[in-house]
Every structure is written in structure tokens, then in C-alpha cells.
Design a protein around this ligand. Structure first.
Ligand code: FES
Ligand SMILES: [Fe+2]
Length: 445
């Protein structure tokens, strides 16, 4: 991390813990209409203009490690097959036969050089090429080269396989912006591997899931037993272009020049223990910098991903998938930095158990939110400053859909202007902190 940003974040953290109001000039959020969580037209617009046009995680290379391995994937409303080709490249295709459109296979994982469509047996190789059809004499002048599987744009970030159904979308790096460089750099995604992967069905709109992950306001209440050390925690909020955002949390108390814990910070004993405990045999990310070791970073990546918190041993990734108006899937990966292929460290068991317990609490409450959000007693969603990432995500959703296509009562007012989007936000916060310092100086005189 650059020294300038490091200094800014250190200062911001102090400010975050002592501030008595949102930064001066930060917008107040108008009430959001609850119909955004149950209106079928809005859900349709999300599918057409967001899920069909955004980069999304379809899997990890560890799931299809060898040439010939494949995975079928249906989470984003289209049948997809991810193939590890004989040439070593990972590609995504529509899992749709070029003969009469049957889904070629419903098997979740497999390994093969060629894949035969179950209906009439047209055969494709693991690079998507049609290699043979039965009774070719009945298809005169047939050119198999014109009947390869239809490719879907695919990009790798570390081992993560991103897909995008939109051929005209910008590349993954431009779409993620500064977040991409953090992931490819300090967090060394290329060194990480899948430690755990599971998916939970939920009884709520998908947005409630990602929104639950983009604020810490609920931690002190619903996670008070599972995350007791996070009780007083407030994060540094950073809003990125294109709907992404970051929370920077203090995980480990900074030391002063004498090696003593600096005062004024809430201590996270659990993170201290993890970092200090020499018995923890999990390999650490070799590129993690001291700041990242003391802080937890949680990122939202538009539209449906939540990465982190990151720490030296690993990080988590949640993907939230709509399956209906009031149902969704919460998919969860834990990634570590152990590519040895040996047995998993027992320290992961503790982390996984804690992750599951925390997620279960989130799901229990979010399912309850869904029941209230569709009630006639719900007069709207009122957000505070700590929920700015959530508002930013919703404001971006409307922009990506096209505001003119949305029922007027469902629109969120675009009150977050570019002043509060990274990197412009740095000078806004610096100005606010300078003002507070000046006021304190004056009061002390
Ligand atoms: S639909 Fe696939 S071979 Fe006929
Ligand atoms: Fe939570």
C-alpha cells in the first residue's frame, strides 16, 4: 500500500473512532422504497441489465484443476459449462447443444476429452469444438466448425473464474477499478486456493444478503456472541466507481515506537491471537504488508460479491444469487495460501466453524427482514452513514439498469456524487479532519 494512502487511513481510523457526526457535506440518504425487494419488474430489470452484463465469479480453478475437468454452473440464470481445455486454458460456454438446444449435461463435475450431448449424441471437445455428429450423411454440406459451443467471456483473477454474458462489457480490470489492483497485488490471489466452499438456500431477496455484508451496524447486535471483539467497531468506508466499496476495520492494535499498543483502539483479541500464535501452521500470504496485517479489509464488488475480511492466512468470498423474488443462494468460499496439496491445517476447522456460525446468524435475521420488507407496515428503508456502501450499491444498480426504465417510486435518489467516490473522497475527509483538528485546537486555547 502506498505511504500516502497508509497515512490517510491511519488518520481516518482515529477520526472514525472519535467523530460525532458524518463528515460535513456527506449526503443524508432519502428513504428507499421497499418495492425494490419484491417488485417483479424491478427483478426482471436486474436480470437483464445487471446479471446479464456484469462480471461474476463462476468458480475457482481448484474445482477443475486438470485439462479435461469441467463444471456445470447455473447460478446466473443461464446454463453454463466451465471447461479446463486440453491446452490448459479455462473457458466458459453456454451448456447448450448446437443441434436442437438441449442442455448438454447436467452432471455437476466431470473429466473428459469430449462431451456428448445426452439427446442425440453430438460430441464436443473440451475446447468447445464440435468434433462429431451421428449420421452426418443426413446433414449435407455440414461444416462442424460453424457449430462450436457458444463461448462466454471468461477472465481469471488468481484462480477465480469470472464470466460475463455481455460481449461488449469492459474488461474485468476496468470494471473493478482500483479493487482489481488490490486483489492482484497485496492480496496475491494467484497464491490462494479453495479451503472450503458451500452454498446455502435462503428465503430472502438477494440484495438483502449483500446489504447485510456491506455494513457493520448489525455486528454489535446479532453477532455479539460470535464476534464479541468487534462490538465497538466502526470501519473506514470507501466508495469506489462502479458500485464497489470497502470497509477498513482495525483487526490488530497498532504499536507505537516503543512497541506498546496504541491507545484509543478497540482490541480484537481473536485477530491478535491468530497473528501472534506461532503454532498456527497455515502458510501466510508473503505479500501482505504490515498495515494489512493490522486491519481487516472487506470489499463489495458490484453486483453480488463480498470479499474478505482479508488477513495474512486467507480471506472469504461470498456470492449472492437470486433464485426468485424472495429467494436466493448464499455461496461461500474460504481461500487460503496453502498450495502444498497436503492435509488441511486444523486451524481452518476453527475458522470454518466460526464462519458458519456467523453466516447462520446473518441468514436467520435476513430471512426475518424479508418477511417485514413485504409487509404493508413497511414504510421504507432509512439508512445511516455506516450504511453508505449499501446506498452506493443501490444507486449504482439504478444507473446500470437505466433510471428511465425504473418505476419512479422505486428509484433511489442519486445523492452520492463523485466527491465521495475514491479517490476524490480523500480530500473531502482530509478537509473534514483538518476542520475538526482546528476546532479542537481552538477549544484547547
Ligand atoms: S440436441 Fe444435442 S444432439 Fe440433439
Ligand atoms: Fe453479519
Amino acid at each position: 500500500m502506498e505511504q500516502k494512502l497508509f497515512d490517510h487511513l491511519q488518520r481516518r481510523l482515529r477520526y472514525t473512532e472519535t467523530r460525532s457526526a458524518p463528515p460535513r457535506g456527506f449526503p443524508d440518504f432519502p428513504t428507499i422504497h421497499p418495492g425494490r425487494y419484491y417488485d417483479p419488474d424491478y427483478a426482471e430489470l436486474e436480470q437483464t441489465h445487471v446479471f446479464r452484463k456484469s462480471w461474476m465469479v463462476a468458480g475457482h480453478k481448484d474445482e477443475i484443476p486438470e485439462p479435461g475437468c469441467y463444471k456445470t454452473w447455473n447460478r446466473a440464470g443461464e446454463p453454463v459449462v466451465l471447461f479446463h481445455g486440453q491446452d490448459g486454458e479455462i473457458r466458459a460456454f453456454y451448456n447448450v447443444c448446437r443441434h436442437r438446444g438441449a442442455v448438454i449435461t447436467e452432471k455437476e463435475f466431470g473429466r473428459t476429452r469430449t462431451l456428448a450431448c445426452a439427446y442425440h449424441g453430438w460430441i464436443y471437445d473440451n475446447q468447445g469444438k464440435l468434433v462429431s455428429i451421428r449420421d452426418q450423411r443426413d446433414f449435407p454440406d455440414f461444416d462442424p466448425n460453424c457449430y462450436s459451443l457458444v463461448p462466454i467471456r471468461t477472465e481469471m483473477l488468481g484462480g477465480l473464474i469470472f464470466v460475463n454474458f455481455d460481449d461488449n462489457a469492459t474488461d474485468l480490470r476496468s470494471s473493478m477499478g482500483p479493487i482489481y489492483d488490490d486483489f492482484a497485488g497485496d492480496y496475491s490471489f494467484h497464491l490462494s486456493n479453495v479451503v472450503e466452499h458451500f452454498a446455502w438456500p435462503t428465503q430472502c431477496n438477494w440484495k438483502l444478503l449483500i446489504e447485510g455484508g456491506t455494513e457493520n451496524y448489525h455486528v454489535r447486535t446479532i453477532h455479539r456472541n460470535t464476534l464479541p471483539d468487534y462490538r465497538e467497531l466502526q470501519g473506514i468506508i470507501t466508495l469506489f466507481p462502479n458500485g464497489g466499496s470497502r470497509d477498513t476495520l482495525l483487526m490488530h492494535v497498532p504499536k507505537d515506537e516503543n512497541g506498546l499498543a496504541m491507545e484509543g483502539f478497540v482490541r480484537n483479541r481473536d485477530a491478535d491471537r491468530l497473528i501472534d500464535n506461532q503454532a498456527d501452521d497455515r502458510p501466510a500470504n508473503p505479500n501482505v504488508d504490515p498495515f494489512s496485517n493490522e486491519h481487516g479489509f472487506v470489499y463489495s464488488v458490484f453486483p453480488n460479491m463480498q470479499f474478505g475480511p482479508f488477513y495474512s492466512r486467507g480471506f472469504s468470498l461470498s456470492c449472492y444469487w437470486p433464485t426468485g423474488l424472495g429467494t436466493a443462494i448464499h455461496e461461500y468460499y474460504i481461500l487460503g495460501y496453502d498450495r502444498s496439496g497436503g492435509p488441511k491445517s486444523k486451524f481452518w476447522d476453527r475458522d470454518i466453524a466460526q464462519g458458519r456460525a456467523v453466516l447462520q446468524e446473518d441468514l436467520d435475521y435476513i430471512n426475518m427482514v424479508q418477511r417485514g420488507i413485504v409487509s404493508r407496515g413497511n414504510k421504507g428503508v432509512k439508512l445511516g452513514y455506516l450504511e453508505a456502501r449499501l446506498y452506493h450499491m443501490n444507486q449504482t444498480l439504478d444507473e446500470k439498469i437505466g433510471r428511465e426504465k425504473i418505476k419512479p417510486e422505486l428509484l433511489v435518489e442519486p445523492v452520492i456524487n463523485s466527491d465521495w467516490i475514491y479517490p476524490n473522497d480523500i480530500s473531502r475527509y482530509e478537509a473534514d479532519m483538518d476542520r475538526i483538528d482546528a476546532e479542537l485546537d481552538q477549544a484547547a486555547q
